[in-house]
Design a protein around this ligand. Structure first.
Ligand SMILES: Cc1cc2nc3c(=O)[nH]c(=O)nc-3n(C[C@H](O)[C@H](O)[C@H](O)COP(=O)(O)OP(=O)(O)OC[C@H]3O[C@@H](n4cnc5c(N)ncnc54)[C@H](O)[C@@H]3O)c2cc1C
Length: 404
């Protein structure tokens, strides 16, 4: 049996290990912490569950198949989650005026009629510049900005349009599924099911172990954050380490609040908040209106942070709660009292999808890597779990083709 080592047991490491084990490899999976899952996990409180980071995957055929393979019953969003709010002085389902909407249509429709390539971003163009060029300033500020910052955790003035929108212009076939999926007990169910499937397939999971690259033989998949990958490769592959080291990391904080009473003014997925209002929150997820079985007590998750705002993570709990209470009143106009909370601070957790990452990403393609070294993680194919899952399958194919 051929051996392969995988370093890092977050979603990337777990899913690529599963694919490799299924292809007949003997997989050794190394994880420096005491548990698998990386950013994924769920805290269970007497008031309901609180996700530590991601709360769902985009539902694709592959994500659906993964749940089926793991024997996990998927949970789909509630009808109420179809309503989404964008903040413009107050939460609105559509933040543009009639004339601003007409102006947006006048800009986009002719380009779409000519073919969507006319909307393609330019190299080294920020999302903000792309938006202003093609959608106009208002749609950029009140729609594109909050939507993208809600996913990438950073202001669109720094985000790369090619990295983020480029894949939309390459996608060939539309997936038959839409929406999101998660598991009834939260993302920890998915992590537990992945861990069990790996152990059943004979994958050797080494917790509390950060191996030295030089000690490993055979192909190695480095499935850590970009920052950890840079540190890991420093002594054996200094050039690769230097390229990885150019990727800037951003920090995010996810704060789940349980209230004694539900706010009923805004029943939907959540509300995204544009910059320029002197508000720190990037967005709020109204969990009880998104997922079934999460309404034991009404709860919301507030997301804060980003590359420029990483110092927010240094605030003590008391100050975080005070800040959110103030912003919650300004945004939602509500002041229900708090039953419980969970704060997860993710320092340097996510890659900043900026122009610098755009510049280095082509250098991280497999043909430029040392032989037998494979990179995986949220700085390569996309930040979301479904994209990571797609890459797990592609990487496993590639490794089987070369080393199988
Ligand atoms: C607040 C927040 C909300 C999010 N929401 C969503 C969402 O709703 N949907 C979605 O699709 N995505 C979401 N994401 C993004 C998604 O969660 C991440 O992109 C994804 O979980 C990253 O997985 P990963 O395996 O690449 O990295 P990680 O989860 O960071 O895993 C890397 C692992 O490598 C280990 N490691 C590091 N160094 C070493 C070493 N030297 N040796 C061994 N092990 C090592 C770490 O301990 C860790 O376990 C969210 C992210 C955040 C922060």
């Amino acid at each position: 049996m051929k051996n392969v080592s995988v370093i890092g047991a977050g979603f990337a490491g777990l899913t690529v290990s599963l694919e490799l084990a299924q292809k007949g490899f003997q997989v050794d999976l190394y994880e420096s912490s005491s548990r698998v899952g990386g950013l994924l996990g769920t805290d269970y409180t007497e008031y309901g569950i609180a996700e530590r980071a991601a709360n769902a995957l985009i539902r694709t055929t592959k994500a659906n198949d993964l749940f089926a393979r793991l024997g996990l019953t998927p949970s789909f969003p509630l009808e109420s989650s179809k309503k989404r709010f964008l903040f413009r002085d107050h939460p609105r389902s559509w933040p543009l005026s009639f004339s601003e909407s007409l102006s947006l249509l006048a800009r986009v429709v002719p380009r779409l009629l000519l073919g969507k390539r006319h909307l393609r971003p330019r190299p080294q163009e920020t999302l903000e510049a792309w938006g202003k060029r093609l959608l106009g300033p208002k749609a950029t500020r009140f729609i594109l900005g909050p939507a993208m910052q809600g996913i990438y955790g950073n202001d669109i003035s720094g985000l790369s349009a090619s990295l983020i929108l480029g894949p939309l212009f390459r996608r060939k076939k539309k997936d038959k599924y839409r929406g999101l999926l998660t598991s009834r007990g939260g993302m920890q169910d998915l992590v537990d099911a992945l861990e069990k499937a790996l152990r059943d397939k004979g994958v050797r999971i080494h917790l509390n172990t950060a191996p030295d690259l030089a000690s490993l033989t055979g192909p190695v998949v480095i499935a850590t954050s970009a920052k950890a990958a840079s540190a890991l490769t420093l002594s054996k592959h200094p050039e690769l380490s230097q390229v990885l080291g150019k990727i800037r990391m951003s920090s995010l904080m996810s704060v789940t609040l349980f209230f004694n009473k539900a706010q009923t003014s805004y029943q939907g997925f959540g509300c995204l908040i544009p910059r320029g209002y002197n508000l720190k929150a990037l967005g709020v997820l109204m969990n009880s209106y998104i997922f079934k079985d999460r309404n034991k007590h009404y709860n919301e998750t507030w997301i804060m942070g980003g590359y420029e705002e990483s110092s927010l993570l240094d605030l003590p709990d008391r100050d975080v709660l005070k800040l959110i209470a103030e912003e919650r009143f300004k945004i939602l106009g509500h002041k229900e009292s708090l039953l419980d909370y969970r704060i997860n601070r993710w320092k340097d957790a996510l890659p900043y999808y900026d122009l610098q990452l755009e510049e280095v990403s082509s250098l991280l393609m497999s043909q430029n890597l040392p032989s037998g070294v494979y990179l995986h993680g949220n700085y390569l194919s996309g930040i979301g779990l479904s994209k990571i899952l797609e890459r797990s399958e592609v990487l496993a194919e590639q490794i089987a083709g070369t080393h199988g």
